[in-house]
Design a protein around this ligand. Structure first.
Ligand code: FE2
Length: 378
């Protein structure tokens, strides 16, 4: 075998392994009762920039969507314009919630066929959408609950978001706060269903399981959960999947499932290169976070070793730190973003660590339990 042929082997092997190459998260779509006001919230509080709009003015009759972006993170916020719509039914059942985790692929039709042939339930078959800026191919499959993945192929598209959207360029543009990309998207599923969804991502999307936490890792005096993390071939997509575990009181996952009325996205982890600046901005703009007791910081240096950040500042902002074999990470969790105690955001800065903050689970879950206690749902 000549050198050229030898070089081809890893490439072919890679292609054979990864039948679903994904470039990254394309966008996250929320179904919300008032997209106009929600977009103002994500601009004002989280520093997202307005980029695109579709609604009555662009020829839609039943819904309106505002698209916001910060770094590589793109949110679409959609509301119905009349009663009796599928979007309205979704909001009535789940509250304001994430409907779509869109995945950016080079070939949406192949992505759809590969996954449906492996057992994915179709949401919609491949369609081509066009406008003067080119064409996009889209297709959709179901994942847990009523959440869907939409495959987006945009190689031949130069417009601002998707065909049918027009640029949205208001004068009101609060400064961004340094959010860069989606680090991971976490789903909550019903008791006993975690392995089914881990297998779904393995068998149907070709993901591999990278981490597993059991109830011994993630339990407090009262409640527990189990979690497994799946990731795609190039590691850009990471989906932890949680299920409740038996405990003395009601798990935060059960609380989510009760209020969301089924499985769905629990949190998005948004990455920053400067968590102190990002969290300072968020606090100034009125975002509330889960607070751990200040005793958490007493022996922080003993637990995580030398870090570049000033521990006094981390303590003031209530930012948590954890270390693994590869480095450390800093993280903090918002309180729920909607009236129902369902979806929230994590802000994360990775300094080498590739893990998920296992060392903080206990302190965090106790903080969540204090909130549940106040809600009467523990
Ligand atoms: Fe997370």
């Amino acid at each position: 075998m000549n050198a050229e042929a030898l070089e081809l082997i890893p490439k072919i092997f890679e292609d054979a392994q990864d039948f679903l190459p994904i470039n990254g998260t394309d966008y996250i779509e929320f179904y919300v009762s008032n997209a106009k006001q929600a977009s103002y919230y994500y601009q004002t509080a989280f520093g997202f920039q307005p980029i695109a709009y579709a609604g009555l003015e662009t020829g839609l009759i039943d819904r309106e969507t505002y698209v916001l972006q910060q770094g590589k993170i793109r949110f679409a916020l959609t509301s119905p314009l009349r009663s009796g719509t599928e979007i309205g039914r979704h909001i009535d059942k789940h509250g304001d919630a994430i409907k779509v985790i869109a995945l950016w692929v080079d070939n949406a039709e192949v992505a759809y066929n590969e996954t449906v042939n492996r057992g994915a339930k179709s949401y919609f078959a491949p369609i081509i959408e066009e406008d003067e800026f080119g064409q996009v191919v889209k297709a959709g499959i179901y994942t847990y609950g009523e959440t869907i993945h939409v495959f987006i192929e945009r190689t031949n598209y130069k417009g601002v978001f998707l065909p049918g959207f027009r640029p949205w360029n208001p004068t009101y543009k609060p400064a961004s706060i340094g959010l860069k990309y989606i680090d991971h998207v976490v789903g909550n599923v019903e008791l006993g269903e975690m392995n089914e969804w881990v297998n779904f991502y393995g068998d149907v999307l070709g993901f591999t399981q990278i981490v597993s936490f059991d109830d011994k890792d993630i339990s407090t005096e009262y409640t527990a959960l189990m979690s497994k993390v799946v990731s795609n071939g190039n590691g850009r997509i990471k989906f932890p999947i949680n299920e409740p575990a038996e405990g003395l009181k009601k798990s935060q996952i059960e609380e989510y499932l009760d209020f969301h009325e089924g499985a769905g996205v629990q949190h998005l982890a948004l990455a920053t290169d400067d968590i102190i600046e990002t969290v300072s901005q968020l606090r100034n703009r009125g975002i509330e976070f889960l607070n751990v007791p200040l005793t958490y910081y007493d022996d922080l240096k003993g637990r995580v070793g030398q870090i570049d950040e000033d521990i006094e500042i981390l303590k003031q902002l209530n930012i948590l730190v954890d270390r693994d074999e590869e480095g450390y990470l800093l993280q903090i969790f918002t309180k729920p973003l909607e009236p129902r105690p369902t979806i929230f955001f994590e802000i994360i800065q990775r300094r080498g660590a590739t893990s998920f903050g296992k060392g903080n689970f206990k302190a965090l879950f106790e903080a969540i339990e204090r909130e549940q206690e106040l809600r009467g749902t523990l």
